[in-house]
Design a protein around this ligand. Structure first.
Ligand SMILES: CSC[C@H]1O[C@H](OP(=O)(O)O)[C@H](O)[C@@H]1O
Length: 349
């Protein structure tokens, strides 16, 4: 399988697979400055918590490169404005904030060395964040396969693969790893209305690799569970509170209720950078609301009256009580999550 290069910095610009065009067209969207990056994240050229984090990191570098005629306080002031613009693009995924603040903190710490030197260092840091994510995904996959029984029939939601990260994936990365050892696993992929990341992106990744799967309408998931056709549910995350409450693509909470009703293990797969150690409850997670057009149109084709009112939250919050385990790059977290998170935070210090 050709490797899926979701994000690549080359020839002085950031190259992104334009995920709005998949699966029908494989096109590259080129970001020459941080405003291009702002658009790419906001319009979901690139999406997925880890992927937008890595993308924003390069956005900070591109901003610094364009500001390198400034020095000292003036340089940092303008760079912070660019960081704030990038952070405002999508409020839920904490990886975005984590990556941007990691980049700005470095710029602030190194600013005495001059903006040109800082800019060179920021490029190295963005490359490091990019490389770390791929390595993180492989570590999560090694932990996660422990929870995938032989021949498991796995339900997943949205896209958590190479396209949602810098490569390999989170939940879909575990599935890839499981498939490399057990060709008898089977995947049911939710289409994931309204942006159809499952139909357009996860199905594309699964077909690319020949992983046996069926694409299903979101509304068929509970019926499959009722028929006894699902062994585990495995999904990603955009922000995890320290009590285990987890925000993820809209529809995840509903899946967790159905899984609980049918006694099916429900797993979150996410890097530690998706944990927000500053919040203790899912009620504190900002939920992004997106345009009405995403619901009233598919691929530009109108499917509902344009004047109808629409509620389009891009995420929901699954309570920790519905989550069997959280698979991270530092191991598997199990309930009670508040305690598990305390131990993890100590390890990270
Ligand atoms: C690897 S986590 C990806 C995570 O992000 C997705 O949201 P979006 O496509 O809107 O960026 C979804 O919540 C996935 O679980």
């Amino acid at each position: 399988m050709q490797s899926i290069e979701t994000i690549a910095f080359k020839k002085g610009a950031l190259h992104l697979i334009d995920q709005r065009k998949l699966p029908g067209h494989y096109e590259i969207f080129v970001c020459s400055d941080y405003r291009d990056v702002e658009f790419a994240i906001r319009d979901m050229v690139v999406r997925g918590a880890p992927a937008i984090g890595a993308t924003a990191a390069y956005g900070v570098y591109l901003a610094a490169r364009d500001l390198s005629t400034l020095e000292g306080e003036a340089f940092l002031r303008e760079l912070k404005k660019a960081c704030d613009v990038l952070e405002a693009t999508r409020p839920t995924a904490v990886n975005l904030r984590w990556a941007i603040r990691r980049m700005y903190t470095l710029a602030d710490k190194e600013s005495a060395k001059g903006s040109r030197s800082v800019t060179e260092r920021l490029k190295k840091e963005a490359d490091l964040i990019h490389a770390e994510d791929i390595e993180t995904n492989h570590r999560m996959a090694e932990y996660g396969v422990e929870l995938v029984p032989e021949g498991a029939r796995i339900l997943t939601h949205c896209n958590t693969g190479a396209l949602a990260t810098a490569g390999w994936g989170t939940a879909l990365g575990v599935i890839r790893q499981a498939y490399s050892r057990d060709k008898s696993i089977f995947v049911y992929a939710d289409e994931t209305r309204p942006r159809l990341q499952g139909a357009r992106l996860t199905a594309w990744e699964l077909v690319q690799e020949g992983i046996p799967a069926k694409l299903i309408p979101d509304n068929a998931a509970a019926f499959l569970m009722q028929q006894g056709k699902i062994d585990i549910v495995m999904v990603g995350a955009d922000r995890i509170a320290t009590n285990g409450d987890t925000s993820n693509k809209i529809g995840t909470y509903m899946l967790s209720i159905c899984a609980k009703e049918h006694g099916i293990p429900f797993y979150i797969v996410a890097p530690v950078s998706t944990i927000d150690f500053e919040i203790s409850s899912g009620s504190q997670i900002p939920i992004e609301e997106r345009s009405a057009e995403e619901v009233t149109h598919i691929g530009g084709v109108q499917i509902a009256p344009e004047t109808v009112d629409v509620y389009n939250p891009a995420f929901d919050v699954t309570p920790g009580a519905h989550i069997s385990a959280i698979i991270t790059d530092r191991g598997i977290l199990r309930p009670p999550y508040a305690e598990a998170m305390k131990v993890l935070q100590e390890e990270l210090r």
